[in-house]
Write a protein that binds this ligand. Sequence first.
Ligand code: MN
Length: 135
Amino acid sequence: MARILIIEDNQANMKLATLLLGNGGHAVLCAVDAETGLTLARADQPDLILMDIQLPGMDGLAATALLKQDPATAAIPVIALTAMAMKADQEKSEVAGCDAYIAKPLRYQELYSTIDALLAKAAQPPSAAPTGDKP
Ligand code: MN
């Protein structure tokens, strides 16, 4: 079980995500805008964040960039949620620092497998993580 923060302004999507995560055995925190989500992320340190890209005011990409710049929240995996499977959105979410990307409507198999993979990765000690361009 993980504590998962959902940042999503659409009520129907929030309801579905909450239901799916609850059925998956996870505890859910909810925010309907980026500002509230950032505050909750810092205060409650969730294990993972589901971030809608299209939010009123600050969008999900800007919010993710802020989360990844803040040492208090940088290590929390972020899954970007977007309304359509668009390559441009996927690329932008990677640039913003999102760890994964899921197109809505949410499908539970994809949601669960993405969450499990990111939680497993986050649980690894730093030495077990890929070292990128280090020798
Ligand atoms: Mn939205």
